[in-house]
Design a protein around this ligand. Structure first.
Ligand SMILES: Cc1cc2nc3c(=O)[nH]c(=O)nc-3n(C[C@H](O)[C@H](O)[C@H](O)COP(=O)(O)OP(=O)(O)OC[C@H]3O[C@@H](n4cnc5c(N)ncnc54)[C@H](O)[C@@H]3O)c2cc1C
Length: 309
């Protein structure tokens, strides 16, 4: 027989942890499942300066650890390394949340599964993951101390990550397909002042090359179509985010980028299934908005559970 909880939250980032606090404070028997360890994307952010209540800023790891402690204080059941592979709805309206051989039955679900970095999809990328190709400067910068790296992308995350790398690396080459950045002006200005960051404008990566370890990137000039080789020890890819929610099948509607479409109350098209945080279509993907979503989804689910009784 499968384990039962009244509510299951999928994802242990700020949205899921906040939903956990609200559900438990409403007296609902709730479990949170997380495919890795608690904290989500936020835990990998070195310094968070725009979350209220921390005038000196706080590291993402510390902030999410505090969120997790708070949720656990109210008795949230937490299951780490529970990678959800399927969510299905039974005839009686209950859900089954499955990970490998494990299964949890529940009356309501809050999906707070966040986003993942998009891949470039070029030769060499997959082969060199963990051997020079990375999607997280905060996690991997230390492996490239005094070395040369490329950052692919021109948005806020790419430039923030380039600055993290510039603190440790010898040279950081930002490779961007256009002739100006998309990042906020204040972030751009800080990057332009950093002596060891160079900008390679109108360039797109074609292939990552190496023998066992990344050695260079083949670049295409987006204007002249000319080719050039950039010698680097590492390639950090930040070309946008995507939501991976195939495990929900057609229980939800998605936009073209895979983000889940919900109404203002965060209810999906399937009764009892609510969606919170970065995984849904929204204007601003931040911790503040994820936390707000977590609260709203929990209140929506609480109402649903009361009415469905
Ligand atoms: C480089 C970078 C810097 C940032 N800096 C800031 C900042 O300074 N300030 C700020 O406010 N925001 C910042 N953000 C954004 C912020 O991190 C996100 O908006 C926030 O973490 C979203 O929270 P979430 O709970 O929706 O998703 P996430 O934090 O992404 O958490 C989702 C969780 O769901 C889990 N999950 C996914 N699929 C499954 C599955 N199938 N089964 C089980 N678990 C699953 C994931 O492992 C993850 O732990 C930054 C983001 C990045 C990438």
């Amino acid at each position: 027989m499968s384990e039962f909880h009244e509510a299951v939250i999928i994802g242990g980032g700020p949205a899921g942890l906040t939903a956990g606090v609200y559900l438990r404070r409403a007296g609902i028997d709730a479990a949170l499942v997380e495919r890795g360890v608690l904290g989500g994307t936020a835990a990998r952010t070195e310094q968070i300066d725009n979350y209220p209540g921390f005038p000196e800023g706080i590291s993402g790891a510390d902030l999410t650890r505090l969120m997790a402690e708070q949720a656990k204080r109210f008795g949230l059941v937490v299951k780490e390394f529970f990678d959800v592979s399927l969510v299905s709805r039974k005839d009686d309206g209950r859900f089954l949340v499955t990970s490998g051989e494990s299964e949890i039955e529940t009356r309501g679900v809050i999906l707070a599964a966040g986003t993942e970095w998009k891949q470039l999809g070029i030769p060499g990328e997959k082969e060199f993951v963990g051997r020079g190709v990375s999607y997280c400067a905060t996690c991997d910068a230390m492996f490239f101390q005094d070395q040369d790296v490329a950052v692919i992308g021109g948005g806020d995350s790419a430039i923030q990550e380039a600055m993290t790398l510039a603190n440790l690396c010898r040279r950081v080459s930002v490779v961007h397909r256009r002739d100006r950045l998309r990042a906020q002006v204040v972030i751009q200005e800080r990057a332009f002042r950093q002596g060891n960051i160079e900008f390679l404008w109108n360039k797109a990566p074609l292939e990552i090359i190496g023998k066992g370890q990344v050695e260079s990137v083949l670049l295409r000039d987006t204007q002249s179509d000319g080719r050039s080789t950039l010698k680097v020890d590492g390639v950090f890819v930040f070309v946008g985010l995507e939501a991976k929610t195939a495990f929900l099948g057609d229980l939800v509607d998605r936009d073209r980028a895979g983000f889940i479409e919900v109404g203002e109350d965060l209810a999906s098209k399937t009764k009892g299934l609510f969606v919170a945080g970065d995984v849904r279509t929204k204007r601003l993907r931040q911790i503040t908005t994820a936390v707000g979503d977590g609260a709203l989804a929990a209140v929506g689910l609480e109402q649903y559970l009361l009415e469905a009784r």
